[in-house]
Unconditional design. Sequence first.
Length: 118
Amino acid sequence: MDIGQRLKIAREAIGYTLEEAEQKSGIGKSSLSEFENAKREPKFSQLSRLAEVYKRTIEFFFADEPPIENIMLWRDAPNTEEKVKETETEFQQLRQQYHKLEVRTGEVKGVAFPLADS
């Protein structure tokens, strides 16, 4: 999967149109479209800005494996679909940062689910 495809996946995951991405990133709509359609590649500074706007890591755009779609369960979801996507994306970013912190400090915790009463 190339950078362009990953840019499109990240933009759509946060719920932005090209116009919204242009407004939030300061990168022209035509440039964003060219990046997503693999007509040209973004400069590192542009990719860094898009990673910030889309709440992704730079590594996301260079990974070999396909992105995993995360499913979020809500107790009380926000009113709008846009806010739902934005909140989910921000939560995923924080989760990834926390995992990196665990790895760097050598304190990765295993998942332990409670046992059912018998």
